[in-house]
Design a protein around this ligand. Structure first.
Ligand code: RTP
Ligand code: MG
Length: 380
């Protein structure tokens, strides 16, 4: 371990390092069929990431004895190991990311809901058993994810503060556990779609897309955020003219249930909601709002898109709100937006970029007047 190690990455195993889901499901099906239970793919999805005893308890009911439970778990794990041994492969990007992390003085732990025997089998077969300073398995904890115990133990064993740890996860329960532990979380969409992983700080479709800058950026942003909360308390008292900006949660975001997440991202940065409404923008309002783009090749499509389904309009208030919101949103084209911005995380193309934010103080005033009357805006 580097003597001055101050930051760590804690890896989940199944679904992040190796794709073992199919073999887990087949092993459960085999073990539970003997008990007369038809364990479906939906059941498997529902219990994904939980510990064996929790799954068996939920599937077979509370009456089951401890001995029976152990017997089923042992059988499931033995059959999992025999299925996985000849088939195990690393998921794309894992080795390169491990190399770059180690070059940049990150230390690494593995924290999995799986029994130690499976972890050893997988890490040894894949040749990565020496990459981790510490391994926490199902046997080390009394409660599985979403309880944060497994990650807190990993941080403790590395002697790194939870706030300086980045967890890499693919499961919803794992992300919740990481956030409860006070850690940062990078989610990879290997097992679940992006929409289910929105609690994470950064979401990627493959670990090949992760840069060391984006991970260091995650740690630095957290620090900046903490400082900002403190600064704001001081500055808000002195500041006479807070800025306001209009934010629209666009149709694609509404269709994908992202309104809360987007508003939450802005609130997290200390920006305050002072007005909010849901509305179906009509053609006239859309044309006034986007008047600056009249005549451009994308204008007609833009009007069709913004009037396609209801949206949420919000007025945010804060020091430097206009510029701050543009930064948190990212640039217009999600493909070019910085990692960790709203548009990079959720936007799908240059038009379906999930959010609008006023681009200057003057525009903000005009746009707010279009969507809200003065009585609908609150000062508190
Ligand atoms: P917004 O006004 O929505 O906050 O976005 P913005 O300032 O980042 O971008 P702007 O240039 O004002 O464009 C307004 C919206 O029009 C759509 N657009 N499509 N080339 C294209 O197809 C294109 N360019 C822009 C986007 O929905 C953009 O947000
Ligand atoms: Mg604009």
């Amino acid at each position: 371990m580097p003597e001055n190690a101050t930051k760590a990455v804690i890896w989940d195993m199944d679904g992040v390092i190796a794709d073992t889901a199919l073999y887990h499901m087949q092993a459960w099906q085999k073990a539970l069929r003997k008990k007369g239970v038809d364990f479906t793919e939906e059941d498997f999805q529902k219990y994904f990431g939980q510990r064996n005893e929790e799954i068996i308890g939920k599937v077979l009911g509370e009456e089951i004895t401890k001995d029976e439970m152990d017997e089923i778990a042992i059988e499931k794990e033995e059959s999992f190991r025999s299925l996985v041994r000849p088939n195990v492969r690393l998921l794309p990007g894992v080795i390169d990311l491990m190399k770059v992390l180690s070059k940049n003085d990150f230390i690494m732990a593995l924290a999995s809901s799986t029994p130690m025997k499976n972890i050893q089998l997988l890490t040894q077969s894949l040749g990565i058993d020496r990459c981790f300073q510490s391994i926490i398995s199902a046997e080390d904890v009394t409660e599985g994810k979403p309880n944060p115990q497994v990650f807190l133990l990993a941080a403790e064993s590395l002697a790194i503060e939870p706030g300086n740890c980045i967890v890499i996860e693919d499961a919803v329960a794992g992300i919740t556990a990481a956030k409860k532990a006070g850690m940062l979380c990078l989610a990879v969409t290997n097992t679940h779609p992006r929409e289910r992983l929105v609690e994470a700080d950064l979401i990627v479709d493959t670990l090949e897309a992760v840069t060391i800058e984006s991970l260091i950026g995650l740690l630095n942003n957290r620090l900046k955020k903490e400082n900002r909360v403190y600064r704001e308390v001081v500055v808000r008292k002195r500041s006479l003219d807070m800025e306001r900006s209009l934010v629209l949660i666009k149709p694609d975001a509404m269709q994908r249930n992202l309104a809360g997440v987007i508003i939450g991202r802005l609130e997290e940065h200390g920006l305050k909601v002072v007005a909010l409404k849901m509305l179906h923008v009509d053609k006239a309002l859309a044309e006034r709002h986007y008047a600056i783009h009249i005549g451009k090749p994308f204008f007609e499509d833009l009007i069709k898109y913004i009037t396609s389904t209801p949206i949420v309009a919000v007025v945010f208030e804060g020091e430097g709100a206009v510029e701050e919101i543009r930064k948190i949103m990212g640039v217009t084209d999600p493909a070019k937006a910085d990692a960790g911005t709203i548009r990079a995380d959720f936007g799908t193309d240059i038009q379906k970029n999930v959010v609008h934010g006023s681009d200057s103080i003057e525009t903000a005033k005009k746009e707010i007047d279009l969507f809200f009357t003065p009585e609908e805006i609150y000062t508190y």
